[in-house]
Design a protein around this ligand. Structure first.
Ligand SMILES: CC(C)(COP(=O)(O)OP(=O)(O)OC[C@H]1O[C@@H](n2cnc3c(N)ncnc32)[C@H](O)[C@@H]1OP(=O)(O)O)[C@@H](O)C(=O)NCCC(=O)NCCS
Length: 327
């Protein structure tokens, strides 16, 4: 049977570390509050001159190297992000040039923190249809540049970085088994960055003064929907494949908050040791978080061929989705 196998994973993070102790000096918060409410102790933050293409390129390069693949064999580059280098052109085009992936089509896609699951599903469709054979799916963000560093309810959560999967259609049992994608635009005001585009353009001083080009979030309401939707979509992709949570080796979820992920694990009846979490030292890197976590697991030798692995995510939109993979 033909499946879309993951031949390589990669990740890239900026050097600079911002700890909870650093945040204590910036806003009215404590390490204890941040750790107990979110599970995050530190996050990586871009320097002024660092942009997403640098991180996305680093992650993609590593995925190609681990797969032993020439960049010229890549047919399509998908970059899931809400924090591109520039509005025009798509950041994936910068990455295509930096990689020397001269035969690849490239586009960015925006689905908030669910972006990487959307990218996996799109890659799956392109390869399954026979249109392309080899696809680089990248997720990454430089959220620090859009963070309101005076808003203690959001600035403690986010981090920067990117991750990538190199996907290829191969005969065999390994690969993407199932994906499911959802959106509910009626909840679009839960996580937003109102300014910087058509509604509140960046060339109006009042928009900047009102801090519109920054991320805003209704954290508590998002929390509740996140637990419900992550649980439901996880069960759905398993059910579609005739499986239950007991059949999976790992849940590699979007790294939003340890309390959210603990609640999801409990609802799925999944031992917490099967939920991979690295947000303690990455923060929430939005579309980057799943492939960054998976690349780290590969480095640690935690992902073994044949294991069934589930990834699920939720984010701005609201969007949510799941992907079931035989590693
Ligand atoms: C953001 C989040 C950690 C806040 O935790 P919470 O338990 O929901 O906290 P609340 O927002 O209800 O705020 C509780 C209190 O803490 C305060 N608070 C908020 N941020 C704080 C901080 N950094 N330090 C100290 N106190 C803080 C609030 O002002 C509030 O005080 P009040 O009761 O006097 O009004 C949590 O809601 C969350 O993780 N939500 C999901 C967010 C998410 O994952 N978003 C990304 C989607 S991809």
């Amino acid at each position: 049977m033909k499946r879309i196998a993951i031949l390589g994973t990669g990740s890239f993070a900026p050097e600079k570390i911002l700890t909870n102790a650093d945040l204590e000096k910036m806003v009215d918060t404590t390490d204890e509050w941040i750790t107990t409410r979110s599970g995050i102790r530190e996050r990586r933050i871009a320097e002024k001159d660092e942009v997403l293409s640098k991180f996305a390129h680093g992650a993609a390069q590593q995925a190609l190297e681990r797969a032993g693949m020439d960049p010229k064999e890549v047919d399509l580059i998908l970059l899931a992000t809400v924090t591109p280098d520039q509005p025009i052109p798509a950041t994936s085009c910068f990455v295509q040039h930096m990689l020397g992936a001269t035969h690849a089509a490239a586009f960015d896609l925006s689905a908030g923190c669910t972006g990487f699951i959307y990218a996996l599903s799109i890659a799956d469709q392109f390869i399954r249809s026979g249109k392309y054979r080899t696809v680089l799916a990248i997720g990454g963000e430089v959220l620090s540049k859009y963070t309101d560093w005076t808003d203690r309810s959001t600035c403690i959560l986010f981090g920067d970085g990117a991750g990538a999967y190199l996907l290829r259609g191969e005969e065999g049992e390994r690969g993407i088994l199932e994906t499911a994608l959802y959106a509910d635009g009626s909840l679009s005001d839960f996580i937003t960055m109102p300014g910087g585009a058509g509604r509140y353009p960046p060339n109006v001083k009042e928009h900047i003064d009102a801090r519109l080009p920054f991320i805003k979030m209704r954290g508590n309401e998002t929390f509740k929907v996140a637990v419900r939707n992550l649980t439901e979509v996880s069960l759905e992709v398993l059910r579609r494949h005739g499986l239950t949570p007991a059949d999976i080796a790992w849940l590699i979820p979007h790294q939003a908050n340890t309390r959210i992920l603990g609640a999801v694990a409990d609802r799925l009846g999944l031992p917490h040791e099967k939920v991979y979490m690295n947000l303690e030292y990455t923060g929430n890197t939005s579309a980057g978080s799943i492939p960054i976590a998976a690349a780290e697991m590969v480095e640690k030798g935690l992902l073994k061929e044949g294991q069934v692995v589930l990834s699920s995510a939720f984010g701005a939109g609201l969007t949510w989705g799941g992907a079931l993979i035989r590693w």
